[in-house]
Write a protein that binds this ligand. Structure first.
Ligand SMILES: [Fe+2]
Ligand SMILES: [Fe+2]
Length: 470
């Protein structure tokens, strides 16, 4: 990240932090003062550098002085929440000039921290309030017509398109292999890069795509899902784009050896006999051999080949293929083993098990026996996904129903994600309702306003969770 990126992301996070503090505490509280000070310092630094500070909300993106911010999973939550706050007031743009002082900031933040009163259009109300309080160095405006009508759709649509296209490419390549065609490196490369870029840009939205159920063909969907989750985890661990590409490629092809196994065995109901099991457990060997058949790479994709070969080996080497000499299961294979277990748990690929909810899948991974998955990676994965991962349908203790849209920006609040309300306590559907931060407390009692009571099955309510994530 460049310095400008860091400052820009930091100021938005600081503004949101101050707004939250003002919602919870009186203006003279220490937390509020600290929040304001942070905003002031960051704003002054940007103003000194660039002479002005303007913030734009555009669809699912935010711009600070023309710099489009990359929302990664950490910032995503607070930036998405700030975006909602601004949108609630009809604000598409705010401009700060270098003369803005403490009082301007305090008044402005205080006003946007309060829900707009009904009656007047919110932007007009905010305008007059700023004017009457003499704030002239911070100004606001409506969303740009350029981005109007694209609220939330832009990125959601882009994510959906990337996802659908990747499933298609995966299918064509794997079907081609069955017919003896080689995998074209170029096509595979394009599909993987699209996934990498989309995950880097909007990880939460892409992870939400895992719940799309409009595809009949499991194996391709599984490959793409594992690719998305692996790239997201790799990014979380700090891998660079080139490494993420290799990891995404390995993940997309991790089960490619299965194309050589008869569908009657793969889709068999009930337990496999010895012969069938022997075949299935050979898919890592088959996959390794098949990757020799990739055409058009300058070098063979060795790291991916290794990961495909090792993905069922397990850290304690108790899996398959059996190894004679001690070795260490590679990082990519460990990542894939974890993400594919998660995807298999939440999906209905297997004829033997019912799919479970995302939070249940996370619980299973956390409680898995030692040796099954890498412990450190499991912890990182859980931290990244949260206890209630993106796209979990949750029932709150208020009786409201919501869909998890992002983990909480506070890494300690693993079980208090950001939730979009989709039904009120009376059971009334509200479509895309407001996003609520579950760390929000009632200032009078100090109690959390909302807590997750349990997760639920979206199919029971006819809810397509992917629609609510973006
Ligand atoms: Fe596998
Ligand atoms: Fe798999």
């Amino acid at each position: 990240m460049t310095g400008a990126q860091t400052d820009s992301t930091a100021i938005l996070a600081a503004i949101y932090g101050a707004v939250r503090a003002l919602q919870l505490y009186p203006a003279e509280n220490e937390v509020v003062k600290r929040g304001l000070k942070e905003v002031r310092e960051l704003a002054d630094r940007i103003l000194a550098h660039e002479g002005g500070l303007s913030v734009w909300v555009a669809g699912n993106y935010m711009f600070v002085n023309d710099l489009q911010l990359r929302l990664d999973l950490h910032d995503y939550a607070s930036l998405a929440a700030l975006r909602e706050v601004l949108r609630g007031h009809g604000v598409g743009r705010m401009e700060v000039d270098p003369k803005a002082g403490d009082e301007d900031w305090q008044t402005f933040l205080g006003l946007i921290a309060t829900d707009p009163a009904p009656g007047q259009p919110p932007l007009d109300a905010l305008h007059s309030a700023l004017e009457s309080k003499g704030v002239t160095h911070i100004t606001i405006g409506p969303p740009s017509p350029l981005f109007e009508g694209s609220e939330g759709e832009q990125s959601g649509e882009a994510a959906r398109r990337t996802y659908t296209r990747s499933v298609k490419v995966a299918r064509e390549m794997m079907e081609g292999l069955v017919l003896g065609k080689a995998i074209g490196a170029r096509r595979a490369e394009r599909a993987v890069l699209a996934v990498v870029d989309q995950v880097l840009q909007e990880p939460a939205t892409m992870i939400g795509m895992l719940t799309l159920r409009d595809f009949d063909d499991h194996s391709y969907v599984h490959s793409v899902n594992v690719s998305i989750l692996s790239v997201a985890l790799g990014d979380y661990l700090g891998l660079n784009r080139e490494q993420l590409f290799e990891l995404g490629f390995a993940a997309l092809f991790h089960d490619i050896g299965k194309v050589l196994i008869p569908a009657s065995v793969l889709n068999k109901m009930g337990w496999l006999n010895d012969e069938e099991w022997r075949l299935v457990s050979q898919h890592p060997d088959f996959g390794l051999l098949m990757l020799f058949n990739v055409e058009g790479f300058a070098d063979l994709p060795y790291r991916a080949m290794l990961a495909v070969y090792e993905h069922h080996m397990k850290p304690d080497l108790s899996g398959y293929p059996r190894v004679i000499r001690r070795r260490r299961q590679g990082l990519f294979a460990r990542i894939i083993a974890l993400t594919e277990a998660y995807d298999a748990a939440i999906s209905n690929y297997s004829k033997q098990f019912l799919p479970c909810s995302p939070d249940e899948a996370i619980r299973q991974l956390r409680e898995a026996e030692t040796g099954a998955y890498d412990k450190v990676l499991t912890r990182a994965f859980v931290n990244m996904m949260g206890i209630f991962p993106v796209a979990t349908l949750v029932i709150l203790d208020t009786g409201e129903m919501g869909v998890v849209v992002a983990p909480n920006p506070n890494p300690k609040a693993l079980s208090r994600p950001l939730v979009r309300i989709v039904a009120t306590a009376d059971g009334e559907r509200v479509g895309d309702g407001p996003i609520r931060d579950l760390t929000e407390r009632d200032p009078d009692t100090g109690q959390y306003r909302r807590t997750i009571a349990r997760s639920s099955d979206p199919a029971r309510y006819g809810i397509n969770v992917a629609d609510h994530v973006a």
